[in-house]
Structures are given as C-alpha cells and as structure tokens.
Design a protein around this ligand. Structure first.
Ligand code: UTP
Length: 223
C-alpha cells in the first residue's frame, strides 16, 4: 500500500525528547519494508509557544502560521534523524518536492506547507498527490466522540463516519494559528472530495500504527 501517516506534534513532541522519535522511527522503518510511506509531522507545544510570541509581538495570523510551519519542519528534521538511511534526508517544502523526493525510494517526511491550515490538511493533500491507499492521522485523542469525552462520562467513540458528516461536525470550529480542532475542517472538506480511506486514532500508544496498517479497527474511520 501507499500510506500517508500524519503524526501530531502532541504525540511526537510530548516531552521534547528523543524517546518518541526513536520509537516511531523504528515502527516506520518496519512498515516501510512492506509499504511505501510518507510522513507528515505536526508542531505540538513548541509550535504553539512560538506562535504565542509572534502574536504577542503584534503579528497577524499568516505570520503566526509561518512560524508554526517552521517548527513543524524542524520536527520533521528530528524524525529524519531517527530514520537515518531509511529516509530521504531533506524536508520537502511543498508537494511537488515530496513527489520528487519519493523517487529515491525512501521514506519522505515533511512538515507544513503554507499558512491557513494545519498539518492535517498537509497530509490530506499529500494523500491526494501520491494517490494514497490509506491516510492515518495519529493524534492525542482516541478518535471522534459523539460528545466531549472530557465533559461527559457516557461519551462514545464513533468508529465510522462519512466525510460529509465530519465536515458538518467541524463547521464553525476555530481556524486560527495553533488552535485547530482534533481534525482540521479544511482537511475534512478535502476528504469529502477525494474519499481517501482515512483513520484518525490515538498515537499515544505507538502500536496503534501497526494495528491500523494491519487492518484492525482502531479509532475513527472516515468513509
Ligand atoms: P499543526 O499541524 O501541528 O497544528 O501545526 P495543530 O493542529 O495546531 O497542532 P497539533 O496537531 O496538536 O500538533 C502547527 C501550526 O502551524 C501552522 C498552523 O498555525 C498550525 O496551527 N501551520 C502548519 C500552517 O499554517 N500551515 C501548515 O501547512 C502547517
């Protein structure tokens, strides 16, 4: 399969240490022996911290986004260091570069591209570009719930949702630098047109990645 894997900054950069990069690096190496993979890395708390400083300096949303993008690219660089020879050792700045870099037959790792969305959208556009068979989005929550699990004990995980319903759910959610919902609504709109099979699941347990690749039902599937 051709698989695009988005790993949220909230997962990879939880404690800003080498540990998570090493764990995910090893998993990605394993998966790459059977599948062609592309990875998109998020910004996490470091991106939010930088965005706050830029905002406090009086800069607007686009500039705040740009700082966020720079941080995602640094994070991508860290994952490249963990992957070593298994990955092409440059971070593509756009999708055409990602296509070029894949020609070397190694894992391609990228961060953000341009202002106004999150790396959820980057991974969705990349999935369209490379005609992916599967898009996996690893984040800090188990998937999509029917109500806020932080507020309601009886909140239930939704195992499957159509892209149309996902777009409706995300309607009106925040769209500012560093504040995207559990899934970016621009990404949901893109999935609605391309219908690439997508799974949103927790990356807190790294083994979830292997389970999803092996077809186990984890998280929320978008159909
Ligand atoms: P993230 O994709 O990490 O956003 O990019 P997020 O959803 O806020 O954070 P996670 O998923 O919990 O890690 C960090 C920020 O960088 C900017 C946005 O401001 C985003 O919030 N960004 C990122 C862009 O403007 N364009 C991109 O292509 C990527």
């Amino acid at each position: 399969m051709k698989i695009v894997i988005a790993i949220g900054g909230s997962i990879l950069l939880k404690d800003l240490s080498a540990r998570r990069f090493k764990i995910y690096g090893e998993l990605l190496k394993d998966i790459s022996s059977e599948h062609k993979i592309f990875v998109v890395v998020g910004g996490g708390i470091p991106a939010r911290n930088y965005i706050k400083v830029v905002r406090d300096l009086g800069c607007g949303e686009a500039q705040s986004d740009s700082i966020g993008i720079e941080v995602t690219r640094i994070n991508a660089q860290l994952l490249l260091s963990a992957l070593g020879d298994y990955a092409y050792q440059r971070v593509p700045k756009d999708f055409k570069e990602a296509l070029e870099f894949q020609e070397f037959g190694k894992i391609v790792v990228m961060g953000g591209t341009e202002p106004s969305h999150s790396t959820d959208t980057v991974s969705t556009i990349l999935a369209e570009y490379v005609n992916a068979d599967l898009l996996i989005n690893l984040t800090s929550v188990d998937g999509m719930y029917n109500k806020d699990p932080n507020k309601f004990d009886d909140a239930e995980l939704i195992s499957e949702i159509s892209s149309e319903d996902l777009v409706r759910f995300l309607e009106g959610k925040d769209h500012k630098a560093g504040t995207y919902e559990f899934f970016d609504r621009t990404a949901a709109q893109l999935l609605n047109r391309s219908k690439i099979p997508t799974v949103i699941a927790s990356g807190k347990d790294p083994d979830n990645l292997i389970k999803i690749v092996n077809g186990e039902n984890i998280g929320t599937k978008i159909i």
